[in-house]
Write a protein that binds this ligand. Structure first.
Ligand code: ATP
Ligand code: MG
Length: 418
């Protein structure tokens, strides 16, 4: 018991479930601090497996793979949101695992996630869970009957609309039907405007459990990365302002004044409540919608570092990946400081196909001729449209200078201006 609370110092081996880019950047951060690393991912060419001291090439549920990971590691974390929570629970019997399987299980399921937000008293989009034909029929039959913005009796004071709802009705249309599980980058989502489209969409998604969310008039989106230690200490990165294109994060902007002060405070307070409510240990990203009237609604959480926190690698004195290392080892959590305004541009596989035809390497040399550009590529073997291949962090003396450089880099790479 007390052994588990001991700080795990550099020299030990840290494990991560999943070998994607988030795992790779975790491995880089852990190694920079003098830890050895182990990655569990069956893909021989996984971005993290390629750079780790140990690469255990099995599936997440393979008992031998998990046993080997537990044997070589002093602590384990995850980079993959959909890792089976049971795998985390299995590992937790023999070594410290963060975040806990119970928290990851909630983040994996939109319906449970929304219920958690409501329980924490943070505002969410009006929504309804659709798991059965009867629930679908109830949503469809309720045409026009429900008020536009139903409120819950337990709605938090000081919170802003829209409040969480358990009610159903055509007030949720137009809406987005989202699979409760396994969605990412806008996959597993269908936009619907009529009850007939809703029924067709549920068929299209295979009649799996879903959440129907009201389509909200977004002004923009923002997110907060918090890190919560074993002792309940919470630190956070500055609030990120995010632009999504086609359901995928495209641009993150972080500097003083990127969002009105009231929104920053509300987002930080909500992120902290969500993390505290989960008794969370680790790095957690809380994503928000900012509505046109300035109110916030929590969209979803990711139980790990997040794409919108990548700017911290070059613009903060502690990156989100170092925070992940500190959380899982019990090292102290110090409040990160933004030392430069920053913009992050996501580099999707589409950039390799600007000329049509075969994949061509983008002109990184031209981009790196611009001051303050930091290139991060994930070592993925093949570029594909929509695939996250890397990101570009741009830092500079002022938000205006960073923005000017980011727009030049975007123009060179063929990324639409923002
Ligand atoms: P991620 O890769 O972030 O996990 P995801 O597949 O889980 O993505 P969401 O975050 O639910 O998807 O939605 C993707 C994007 O679609 C959002 O960032 C937002 O731009 C848009 N979107 C989703 N839900 C709504 C909504 N209710 N109203 C308006 N826009 C929405
Ligand atoms: Mg999202």
């Amino acid at each position: 018991m007390s052994e588990r609370q001991t700080v795990i110092l550099p020299g030990a081996t840290l494990g991560v479930l999943g070998g994607g880019q988030l795992g790779r950047m975790f491995v880089h951060a852990a190694q920079a601090m003098g830890y050895f690393t182990a990655v569990l991912d069956e893909d021989a060419t996984s971005p993290a497996g390629l750079v780790s001291h140990h690469h255990i090439r099995t599936g997440y549920e393979d008992p031998q793979g998990l046993a080997e990971l537990a044997k070589v590691c002093a602590a384990v974390t995850t980079e993959f949101e959909n890792v089976p929570a049971a795998a985390l629970d299995t590992l937790a019997r023999s070594l410290p695992v963060s975040p806990a399987g119970s928290a990851v299980a909630i983040a994996q399921d939109r319906a449970r996630e929304k219920a958690h937000f409501v329980q924490c008293g943070v505002p969410v989009a009006p929504h309804a869970v659709i798991e059965t034909a009867a629930q679908l029929a109830a949503v469809s039959a309720d045409t026009g009957a429900a008020p536009d913005r139903p409120k819950q009796a337990s709605a938090p004071s000081g919170g802003s609309e829209p409040h969480a709802v358990g009610s159903v009705g055509a007030s949720l249309l137009p809406g987005i039907l989202k699979t409760a599980r396994m969605g990412y980058d806008g996959k597993g989502q269908v936009r619907v405007t009529t009850p007939a489209e809703l029924a067709a969409a549920w068929d299209q998604l295979g009649r799996v459990p879903c959440v129907l969310e009201k389509m909200l008039p977004l002004a923009h989106e923002c997110s907060v990365i918090v890190a919560r230690g074993r002792d309940g200490t919470v630190v956070h990165l500055p609030v990120q302002r995010n632009l999504h294109r086609d359901g995928i994060l495209a641009v993150t902007e972080v500097y003083e004044g990127n969002l009105p002060a009231a929104q920053l405070h509300q987002a930080l307070a909500a992120a902290k409540s969500v993390a505290d409510g989960l008794n969370y240990v680790g790095v957690l990203c809380v994503e928000f919608f900012v509505l046109q009237d300035g109110t916030l609604a929590v969209n979803e959480i990711a139980p790990r570092p997040h794409n919108s926190g990548h700017y911290s690698q070059n613009a903060c004195d502690v990156s989100q990946f170092e925070l992940q290392v500190r959380c899982m080892t019990g090292l102290p959590l110090v409040q990160p400081r933004l030392h430069s305004p920053a913009i992050m541009l996501n580099l999707l596989g589409d950039l390799w196909f600007q000329g049509g035809g075969d994949a061509t390497t983008p002109p990184w040399d031209q981009v790196l001729a611009l001051p303050g550009c930091h290139l991060h590529l994930y070592g993925k073997v093949e570029a594909k449209p929509g695939r996250k291949m890397g990101h570009l962090n741009i830092t500079g003396a002022t938000p205006e200078a960073v923005r000017a450089t980011a727009l030049k880099a975007a123009a060179i790479l063929g990324i639409a201006p923002f």
